[in-house]
Design a protein around this ligand. Sequence first.
Ligand SMILES: Cc1cc2nc3c(=O)[nH]c(=O)nc-3n(C[C@H](O)[C@H](O)[C@H](O)COP(=O)(O)OP(=O)(O)OC[C@H]3O[C@@H](n4cnc5c(N)ncnc54)[C@H](O)[C@@H]3O)c2cc1C
Length: 467
Amino acid sequence: MPIPFIQTLDRYDIIVIGSGLGGLTAANRLAYCGHKVLLLEHHHRLGGLATWFRRKGHIFDISLHGFPYGMVKTCKKYWNNAIMQSIVQLKNIVFDNPQFSLKTSFDKKDFTHILESQFGVSPDVINRFFKTVSGMNFYDDQAMTTMELFNEFFPGRSDIHRFLMEPITYANGSTLDDPAITYGIVFSNFMNRGVFTFEGGTDKLITMMSDELEKNGVTICTKTKVDRIIVEKGKVRGVEARGKTISSRAVVSNSGITNTIYNLTDKRAFSDEFLEKAAEVRVNNSSCQVYMGIRDGEKINDVGDLLFTSTAAEFDSAELLDRETKSKTFSIYYPRTRPGLNRYTIVASMNSRYEDWAELGEEQYENEKQSLISRSLKDLNRYLPGVAEKIDWMEAATPRTFNRYTLHTQGTSFGTKFEGLDVSRSIFKEISGLFHVGSVGIIMSGWLGAINYGVIVSNDVDSHLRS
Ligand SMILES: Cc1cc2nc3c(=O)[nH]c(=O)nc-3n(C[C@H](O)[C@H](O)[C@H](O)COP(=O)(O)OP(=O)(O)OC[C@H]3O[C@@H](n4cnc5c(N)ncnc54)[C@H](O)[C@@H]3O)c2cc1C
């Protein structure tokens, strides 16, 4: 249970700023290792983007659409068995666009079969493609882009590019122009066994994680925005929040990397060389979502768990980001994915640019949100005819919403582009005791990426404190 801020002590071993999956994991691991950890979160609940909200008896998940099988091992090893046991596969993934319509279990076996039987690719090319992407790792040459990778194996086949790329663009915001490894690593993670979800919803997961934090002795304060990271003589001394200074030997910031450098830390504490590198970091795009709740007692047909839909002629990274994009993913939550409530909810997700929404006046903003809802409903109606009659709640979120709740620069959903990884990984070399964890470099984003990064950073912090 979070404690009132007034009850916090004056000193901890480690202060973690932010309770996204990266921050939660780092806090938990460090407390498990015996350190005294304080976790400060600006929002009233834990989870960061791994969050949910309730309306009219519905619970809407924000970012629980799918993650790779790697979550099973990661949760077992770094959280607990109970969390691991709630991870289940989503078996019906649907693609529907002017180039093809198909259903898949989204794993290597099925993709191989589809690429061969439906797209006419030879087994040799398919095998070489899978071998190439599964062999990619962090330290590879970043010169090749995803577009170049696709053109090497499937030249001129925009239908195949779409099949391989569209889900990954939704999963981590990457585009055809990003380094191929940002595609290859995430795609291979999914191809391992398919797409998985957390049965029972995000609220259940975060409650289980909070219980684990409490068991390991993490002190938690919500509704507490950290205003400043205190640095003296090149070393972290603690943080300032709500007018109080709290000391610590290490600070782990789960705030965005850009926020951490420009808004939380005195820039003079960094070297010119580091600041030059940081200035190059581009934040990733944001999202729009439309949440639709089916009236209690009503049912909808099973049309798949995750629907990648588009009426755009071809896949185009820019089209996916357009305010009026014709492409969206529908996540359908049936009572089987959220046992207990016996309700159906649907979330439409679109990638989106902050600048397209930031400057709108209030009236235009509301009108644009209504148009977004109408377009999503119209698209959903293609799969669930007459669904509007069954819906009793609809609401939209935009990049402004994500910015407000997480404080992320431009409401970014997936942290930064690739160059952010190096900056995040080297911040502790600049300021002794200051660490960053959270979505960076495309690879470290997403539920699995953020949790795994939390483990990596907790090891760095533990070594630092023991050295
Ligand atoms: C619409 C959407 C859909 C997504 N879908 C998926 C999906 O299907 N699968 C998947 O794997 N991933 C998905 N993601 C991405 C995934 O949710 C994120 O990559 C991951 O949850 C981010 O974790 P994080 O550790 O980077 O922290 P974040 O979740 O970004 O949390 C950072 C936390 O820090 C807090 N904070 C910031 N500044 C301060 C401060 N100064 N003081 C105190 N607290 C502060 C914020 O309030 C927030 O709680 C999606 C994201 C979005 C937006």
